[in-house]
Design a protein around this ligand. Structure first.
Ligand code: NOJ
Length: 971
C-alpha cells in the first residue's frame, strides 16, 4: 500500500504561521531585572553584601509565644519583624518520622491571605510527625535531636530567626543565616509615593533612613509594588507586594543539583559571586519557550523546587514548595560550600529540609513526601514513533507497515494536533481520519498502542461539546473580575481553559475519556488502546504575557493565577490519567505524557524536555536535563529523538537513537516543517545501526522494567548520576554525560559529538568493567580511572560493572507485547572475587494485579565457595520485608500467585558468565543434570591486565526464570 501524505491543509499552514516566535527571543521572557519582585530580592541581597558588618535579619521569634505540641515534635511560635512591629507572622517547625523537617511561616491576620495550598497538591500524603522526639528550649533557641544516634539536630534560633540543621554538631543547612528572609506583608496602597529620593539616585543614606527607617533593609522605593509592565503587558497587582526572599545555605556542601527544569549542567553552576557562570538566577515560571537555548537558567516548561546539596560527607536536600514564579541565585563562597537565595512572588513559606545523609536517604525522603513514579505500563518502555503530524489513518497504517517491513520494533504511534477538527481535541478530522477506531484496532492488532494529543485550550465554539460543557458548568478560568471567562489565543484560535483547581472540573474531565456512551459527552470514538499526550499545559497562550496567562486572572477559591502558575500544569495529566484508569471495566495503567509539571507530577505522567533543536548541543543538554528531572522525581523522562526542530543529518540522528535508547522515555518526534525521518528512511548502514539500537532497547526491557519497579518503591531515579552511586568520589560529582541504568550495573556514555570514533569513560572504582558487546575488560582504580572505549557510529560505550547479572530477552520482536513469553539470557559479569548479583521484576505489565501480589521478583546471585561457583535464582518478593514490596501495599506474598503460575514455562535459555579464571571442570544444575556449555578462554575478572574476558556460555539450561534453582560451576 502506498503511504498517503495528503497536502497540508490551509488551516494547518496558517497555524504554523501563528506561533508567536520565530526563534528564541530573549525579549519574550523576563530577566530578573524586568521582574519587580526579583529585582527587589536581588537588591536586598546586594544591600546585605554591601553592609555585611552591620547586617542583621529583622525577623525574630517571640520566645513567650512558643508552644510545643504535646507528644508531637511540633513547635509553633510568633515571629516579629522589627521593621513592622504590628505585623504578625506564625512559625511552625515539625520533625517528621523519616528525618525531614518542615518549616512553615505565614502572615497572621493580615489584610489578605497568602496562598497556602502548594503543598496540598505536591504532597502524596500528609507526613507523619515524629512522636518520640522532644524539643529542648532555652532563652535563645529551641532544639530537637533526631536520627539513630541523635546525630542530627534542628535548631531554631530566636533572635535573629534562623533555622539550622546540624549533623554531629556541624551546620549542614542554614535558613536565614545571611538575613535575607523577607516576607513582604500585605498593605494598603498609599496614595502618595514616598517623597524621598531613591538610593540609586545617590541621596545621602542618613537622610533616607531618617525619612524611611526601613530603607536599610527594604530599599527606598516601592519598586513595582502595585503594577508592573512587560512589553505591551501590564500586570495589575491588586494584592500589592507579597514576595518572599529566603537564603538557604549549605556550609559543607560544594555541589548542588536539581531544581529542574533548566538547560544546564547537572552540577548547578553559579549565578552570583566572583565569577558567575550565568548572570541570571535560575527561574521557575512554566513557559512555552520557543527554540530554547541549550545552556541557560531561563525557565522552561516545568518547575520542581527541590535541590540536593552534596559533599563526600553527606547529602541533604531542601524542597521549597512554592507555586508562584520564583528565582534562585546560587553562589559558592568556596569550593566546599554553597549559598542560595530563593525569591518567590507569592505564597507562604513551606520548606522541607531533607536530612539525608546519603543520596538514597534523600530519595526515600522526597519519595515519602511527593510520592514515587508508579510502575508504568510495560509497553510504555518500548519505542514511540511520533511526528507533527501523521496526517491520516492511512498514513499511520503505512508507517506501521514500513516498521514491520524493516523489522524494526516499535510499540506506539502518536498523533499530534492535526488529527482533530480545527484543533478541537477528541473530535476527529473525519476527512483524514475517517475510521479512527478501526485505525487504532489495526495498530492494536499487532500488539501496539496509540497516543493521541489532548491539549488544555478549548476552542470557544458552541458545537465543541468539551468547551460547551465546561462553560456551562462554570469551571473555566476567569478574568481578573472573577466573573467572566478568560479568553486567550492558542492553536484553535480563540480559546478557554478549564480551571482544574475547581474540584467540579475533575469528574467532568475524567468522564470525557469513557469509550462508551453516557449521560454527558465522552470520547466514544476512541478505544482503551489510546493513551494521551498533554502538551501546552504551562499553559501556553500565544497572545498572553510571556506566552502564558496574565497573572491577575482568577482561579477557584479566588486565587490569582500568579499564586498557582507553576502548579497549574500538573492538573491536566493528573485528571487525564485518572480518567484513563477509570474508563474501562478493569483499571489499566495509563500512559500520559506531559510537557508542564510540578513537584509530585511523577505520580501521574511521564515528561519530555519539549521543543529541542536538532543540534549536538541540544542532544548533550537533553541528557543532563533527564538526569536532573530524575533527581526531582520525574524519572520517566526523555528528549525528542532527532530534535524537534530541524533536519538532523544521519550521523546525528543515529547518535540520538543511542541517546533515546538509554532514556527512560524513548520517543522520536519532529516538527511539522521537518522532513520525514522515520528510522526506516535512513540509508544503510545507518538503517541497520538504528535497527540494532531499537533491538538493544527491547532486549534490555527486563532491565528497564526492573529499574522502574525499584523506582516505584524507593524513589531512586532510573538514570543515576555518579554522585548518587558513588557519593564519596569527588571526581564524579560533576559528571553528567555518563550514568548508570538503575541498579543493573550498566554504565552508559552516549556520544553527543560528531566524528567520534572512541570515547573516554570514567570508571569510579577499583573494579573490572566489561564492554557489553565485545566483553573487553576495563579496570578502574581506587582513585577512579579514565578508559578509552571504541565508539564508532555503530557502537555505544556501554559497560557492565563487575559483580552484576543482567537479564535480557534477546529475540527480536516487532513490539514488546509479543515478548511476554520469551526466554531470558543472563549475562553474569563476575567481579574480582568471582561474585555477582542481579534482579528481575516481572508482572502482567498492564493491570494493577501486581498491587495484589501478582508478580515475580527474582534475585540472581553468584557465590564463590572456593572451587565452586554457585549461581542461584531466589524469590526476592518472598524474602523481602513487605515494606519494600510495592511500598508495603502487599500484605502477604503468594509464591503461587496467578502471574507466577502463568510464566512457569518461561525459561532461561542462555547464561553467559564473563571473567572465569579458567575452563570449568563441570557445570550442573544443583541436585540435577549436567548442562551443555562452551568456554572461550580469555581474561579473568581478577587479572591484572585487560583484554577480552573469558566467556562461559551455558546453553539452554531449561530452568524456569521464576523458579528456585542453582547452577554449580566447578573450577
Ligand atoms: C508543542 C510541542 O512541544 C510539540 O512537541 C508539538 O508537536 C507541538 N506543540 C504541536 O502540538
Amino acid at each position: 500500500m502506498k503511504v498517503l501524505v495528503p497536502a497540508l491543509s490551509t488551516s494547518l499552514l496558517l497555524l504554523a504561521f501563528i506561533h508567536p516566535a520565530t526563534s528564541f527571543k530573549a525579549g519574550d521572557f523576563k530577566t530578573c531585572s524586568q521582574s519587580g519582585f526579583c529585582r527587589r530580592g536581588r537588591a536586598l541581597a546586594e544591600r546585605a553584601r554591601e553592609n555585611v558588618d552591620n547586617w542583621h535579619s529583622p525577623y525574630s521569634v517571640d520566645p513567650l509565644s512558643l508552644s510545643l505540641v504535646s507528644e508531637r515534635a511540633s513547635l509553633t511560635a510568633r515571629v516579629k519583624s522589627e521593621l513592622y512591629p504590628d505585623i504578625k507572622f506564625s512559625l511552625e517547625v515539625h520533625v517528621h518520622e523519616d528525618g525531614v523537617i518542615r518549616v512553615r511561616m505565614d502572615e497572621v491576620d493580615g489584610l489578605r491571605k497568602r496562598y497556602d495550598e502548594a503543598a496540598k497538591w505536591a504532597l502524596a500524603a500528609e507526613p507523619s510527625i515524629s512522636t518520640d522526639i522532644q524539643w529542648k528550649v532555652d532563652a535563645s533557641r529551641a532544639r530537637a535531636a533526631f536520627g539513630q544516634q541523635r546525630e542530627h539536630e534542628v535548631v531554631v534560633d530566636f533572635k535573629p530567626l534562623r533555622v539550622v540543621l546540624n549533623k554531629n554538631g556541624k551546620e549542614q543547612v542554614v535558613i536565614n543565616g545571611r538575613g535575607l528572609l523577607h516576607m513582604e506583608h500585605f498593605r494598603n496602597k498609599t496614595v502618595e509615593e514616598p517623597q524621598v529620593e531613591t538610593e540609586e539616585e545617590g541621596s545621602d543614606t542618613q537622610e533616607v533612613l531618617k525619612v524611611n527607617p526601613n530603607a536599610w533593609f527594604e530599599g527606598n522605593s516601592e519598586d513595582a509594588f502595585w503594577e508592573e509592565s512587560f512589553g505591551s503587558w501590564t500586570d495589575t497587582k491588586p494584592k500589592g507586594p507579597e514576595s518572599l526572599s529566603l537564603d538557604i545555605d549549605f556550609p559543607r556542601h560544594g555541589h548542588v543539583y536539581g531544581i529542574p527544569q533548566h538547560a544546564t549542567s547537572l552540577d548547578l553552576p553559579t549565578t552570583t559571586g566572583e565569577n558567575p557562570f550565568f548572570e541570571e538566577p535560575y527561574r521557575f515560571y512554566n513557559a512555552d519557550v520557543f527554540e530554547y537555548l541549550a545552556s541557560a537558567t531561563t525557565s522552561l516548561y516545568g518547575s520542581i523546587p527541590l535541590m540536593h546539596a552534596h559533599s563526600a560527607d553527606s547529602t541533604v536536600a531542601i524542597f521549597n514548595v512554592v507555586g508562584s514564579e520564583a528565582w534562585i541565585d546560587i553562589a559558592h563562597p568556596n569550593t566546599h560550600s554553597t549559598s542560595t537565595h530563593w525569591i518567590s512572588e507569592s505564597g507562604i513559606l513551606d520548606l522541607f529540609i531533607l536530612s539525608g545523609p546519603t543520596p538514597t536517604d534523600v530519595f526515600r525522603q522526597y519519595g515519602g513526601l511527593t510520592g514515587t513514579a508508579p510502575l508504568p505500563a510495560h509497553w510504555a518502555l518500548g519505542y514511540h514513533q511520533c511526528r507533527w503530524n501523521y496526517v491520516s489513518s492511512d498514513d499511520v497504517r503505512g508507517v506501521q507497515k514500513r516498521f514491520d517491513e524493516e523489522d524494526m520494533p516499535v510499540d506506539v504511534f502518536w498523533l499530534d494536533i492535526e488529527y482533530s477538527t480545527d484543533h478541537q481535541y477528541m473530535i476527529w478530522d473525519k476527512k483524514n481520519f475517517p475510521d479512527p477506531v478501526e485505525m487504532t484496532n489495526d495498530v492494536a492488532a499487532l500488539g501496539r498502542k496509540m497516543v493521541v494529543i489532548v491539549d488544555p485550550h478549548l476552542k470557544r465554539v458552541d458545537d465543541y461539546p468539551v468547551y460547551k460543557q465546561a462553560r456551562d458548568l462554570g469551571i473555566l478560568v476567569k478574568q481578573k473580575n472573577g466573573q467572566d471567562d478568560y479568553e486567550g489565543w492558542c492553536w484553535p484560535g480563540s480559546s478557554a481553559w478549564v480551571d482544574f483547581f475547581n474540584p467540579a472540573s475533575w469528574e467532568f474531565w475524567k468522564s470525557l475519556f469513557k469509550t462508551t456512551k453516557g449521560s454527558s459527552w465522552s470520547w466514544i470514538e476512541s478505544t482503551e488502546d489510546i493513551h494521551i499526550w498533554n502538551d501546552m499545559n504551562e499553559p501556553s497562550v500565544f497572545n498572553g504575557p510571556e506566552i502564558t496567562m496574565p497573572k491577575d486572572l482568577v482561579h477557584y477559591g479566588g486565587w490569582e493565577h500568579r499564586d498557582i502558575h507553576n502548579i497549574n500544569g500538573m492538573f491536566l495529566p493528573k485528571v487525564t490519567s485518572e480518567g484513563l484508569i477509570a474508563r474501562g471495566a478493569t483499571p489499566k495503567r495509563p500512559f500520559v505524557l506531559t510537557r508542564s509539571f510540578f513537584a509530585g507530577s511523577q505520580r501521574y505522567s511521564a515528561m519530555w524536555t519539549g521543543d529541542n533543536l536538532g543540534t549536538w548541543e541540544h542532544m548533550t543538554v537533553g541528557i543532563k536535563m533527564v538526569l536532573s528531572n530524575g533527581i526531582a522525581g520525574m524519572t520517566f523522562a526523555g528528549s525528542d529523538v532527532g530534535g524537534f526542530f530541524g533536519n538532523p543529518e544521519s550521523e546525528m540522528l543515529v547518535r540520538w537513537y543511542w541517546v533515546g535508547a538509554f532514556s527512560p522515555f524513548f520517543r522520536a518526534h519532529a516538527h511539522l516543517d521537518s522532513k520525514r525521518r522515520e528510522p526506516y528512511l535512513l540509508d544503510e548502514p545507518h538503517r541497520s545501526t538504528v535497527r540494532n539500537i531499537l533491538r538493544l532497547r527491547y532486549s534490555l526491557l527486563p532491565v528497564w522494567y526492573t529499574a522502574f519497579h525499584e523506582t516505584s518503591v524507593t524513589g531512586l531515579p532510573i538514570l543515576r548520576p555518579h554522585y548518587v552511586i558513588f557519593p564519596q568520589d569527588e571526581a564524579g560529582f560533576s559528571i553528567d554525560d555518563q550514568f548508570y541504568l538503575g541498579s543493573s550495573g550498566l554504565l552508559v556514555k552516549p556520544v553527543t559529538r560528531p566524528g567520534v570514533t572512541e570515547e573516554i569513560v570514567y570508571i569510579p572504582e577499583d573494579k573490572v568493567y566489561y564492554d557489553y558487546f565485545t566483553y573487553q575488560t576495563y579496570r578502574g582504580s581506587p582513585k577512579g580511572k579514565h578508559v578509552t572505549v571504541p565508539a564508532e557510529l555503530h557502537q555505544l560505550p556501554l559497560l557492565v560493572r563487575g559483580g552484576s547479572i543482567v537479564p535480557t530477552r534477546d529475540r527480536p520482536r516487532r513490539a514488546s507485547s509479543l515478548m511476554h513469553r520469551d526466554p531470558f539470557t543472563l549475562r553474569v559479569a563476575l567481579d574480582e572475587s568471582l561474585t555477582a548479583h542481579g534482579e528481575l521484576y516481572l508482572d502482567d505489565g498492564v493491570t494493577y494485579a501486581h498491587k495484589e501480589g501478582h508478580l515475580a521478583w527474582r534475585g540472581f546471585s553468584v557465590n564463590n565457595a572456593g572451587a565452586q561457583l554457585r549461581l542461584s535464582n531466589v524469590d526476592l518478593a518472598a524474602a523481602t520485608p513487605r515494606s519494600a514490596v510495592e511500598g508495603g501495599a502487599i500484605a502477604t506474598f503468594d509464591r503461587q500467585n496467578a502471574f507466577q503460575r502463568g510464566i512457569e514455562s518461561v525459561r532461561v535459555e542462555r547464561v553467559v558468565v564473563l571473567g572465569l579464571p579458567d575452563r570449568p571442570k563441570r557445570v550442573v544444575v544443583e541436585g540435577g543434570h549436567d548442562l551443555e556449555w562452551e568456554y572461550a578462554p580469555g581474561v579473568a575478572a581478577g587479572a591484572k591486565k585487560d583484554g577480552v574476558a573469558s566467556v562461559l556460555t551455558i546453553k539452554n539450561p531449561r530452568l524456569g526464570v521464576a523458579s528456585d534453582w542453582a547452577i554449580q560451576i566447578t573450577l
